[in-house]
Write a protein that binds this ligand. Structure first.
Ligand SMILES: [Zn+2]
Ligand SMILES: [Zn+2]
Length: 423
């Protein structure tokens, strides 16, 4: 028999430990204000005197700071205070210590073995996907017939495309407008030094094909906001966004909503990352997550000064190949689940903090007035191609089918002339 020693911690130490653990696992966001004393006393079940003692100890350990007349704020966890935080948290880290301010973490969900899945002994000498047969829910046909669009072939895109090719996803489509430069080589497994100045989309497409010659890979050298037809989105089973800016995410979000397709977003910076799945009509969409300020900034993006500044910063978000493979791996897995019609959690975000190795999930609140929430009705396909059909032709077809009053509404404005007033 093994008997655990009784802990001699005081109540205040225990309370400080719980708060430190909460700070480590993100239940208490860094930089955010702590709940009012009354609420903390209730949540922790302690008196005001004990709470003050606990807060004092957190302050002495550089974990929180007091702002006069405002209250207590959680400090950033970094190398200067993480040891103290972990020491205080002691055995109190993990889901048990979470305060009620966030929703609880959910544990892994066991997927039931599909009873209809026939027993098949793969030939591991000849069948590259053979070991996947041993996964209870894996369905070869679904994966081989799947169509997945990867938007962006940077650090995340490289990881995602590598994973999709390895998993044997049958049809991969890639879009990116960028060219390869030397600095990409530190975080992009599919690029080589000799690829300098080549198109990212073209190179990753070729490398995916060489990883797995059994799959189909197509690519497009274009900007997703202007160069991607909705017909491509419409034919996909899942879309994976490997983007580095809000404008592109917003465009992808709207395209996917209009075509009623799920998309998986990922974002990385230094050792931090997040991953989220959006499904039209199920929970919040990407636009729902944007603040009014962010939406205003987006409409400002088109001013010349801002564009110039952004070009300087473009692609300069500091990231590591390690966080790219963690988040890219999660995105690829979500896509695999979508292909299998498995349960995903749309409208929620998974945050991963590589400094503390803490992961937590939060649900976004859907917005009633969100402008992305709109979908096309029934779509009629025409035997016409965009490259050979002018707007005039299209209008002629529409009028002959629908009557002379028919008009064509465009999702994006067409520029017929351009003039700058300020520079
Ligand atoms: Zn929305
Ligand atoms: Zn200008």
């Amino acid at each position: 028999m093994k008997i655990q020693k009784i802990s001699h911690k005081t109540l205040a130490e225990t309370a400080a430990g719980k708060l430190a653990a909460s700070l480590l696992d993100g239940g208490l966001a860094q930089g955010s204000q702590l709940p009012p004393e009354r609420e903390l006393m209730n949540q922790l079940g302690i008196s005001r005197a004990t709470l003050r003692e606990a807060l004092k100890s957190l302050e002495e350990n550089q974990l929180i700071e007091s702002r006069p007349h405002v209250g207590w704020f959680a400090r950033k966890i970094d190398e200067t205070n993480i040891t103290q935080a972990k020491e205080l948290a002691g055995g109190d880290s993990g889901s048990q210590s979470r305060l009620a301010m966030n929703e609880p973490l959910t544990g892994p969900r066991r997927i039931p073995v599909a009873p209809e899945k026939p027993i098949h002994i793969p030939n591991l000498q000849k069948d590259r996907l053979g070991t996947f047969e041993f996964i209870s829910w894996w369905e070869r046909e679904k994966v081989q017939q799947a169509k997945v669009l990867v938007i962006g072939a940077g650090a995340l895109g490289n990881e995602v495309i590598k994973n999709l090719a390895l998993m044997g996803v049958g049809n991969i489509f890639i879009i990116d407008f960028d060219k390869i430069e030397a600095a990409n080589l530190s975080r992009s497994v599919l690029f080589r030094e000799s690829d300098n100045n080549r198109s990212k989309a073209e190179v990753v497409a070729a490398r995916a094909k060489s990883i797995n010659p059994e799959i189909h890979v197509q690519y497009l050298n274009a900007d997703v906001t202007t160069g991607l037809g909705l017909g491509i989105i419409r034919r996909m089973d899942a879309i994976i966004g490997c983007l580095d800016n809000r404008e592109a995410r917003l465009a992808v979000n709207r395209f996917c909503y209009w075509m009623n397709k799920p998309w998986v977003d990922g974002a990385i910076q230094e050792l931090l990352g997040l991953m989220r799945v959006f499904k039209p009509g199920e929970g919040a969409c990407y636009e729902c997550t944007l603040t009014e300020q962010a939406l205003r900034d987006l409409s400002l993006r088109y001013s010349c000064q801002l564009l110039a500044r952004q070009n300087v910063l473009l692609g300069k978000v500091p990231t590591t190949p390690t966080i790219a493979s963690i988040i890219g791996g999660m995105q690829s897995q979500e896509a695999l689940k979508l292909i299998h019609n498995m349960i995903v959690e749309p409208g929620k975000v998974v945050h991963f903090n590589g400094l503390t190795n803490v992961m937590h999930t939060t649900a976004y609140v859907p917005r009633e007035d969100c402008e992305s929430h709109w979908a096309y009705g029934e779509i009629t396909e025409l035997p016409a191609r965009a490259e050979r059909t002018s707007l005039q032709d299209l209008l002629r077809i529409a009028r002959s089918d629908l009557g002379q009053q028919a008009v064509i509404e465009l999702d994006q404005e067409l520029v017929t002339s351009l003039e700058c007033q300020s520079c």
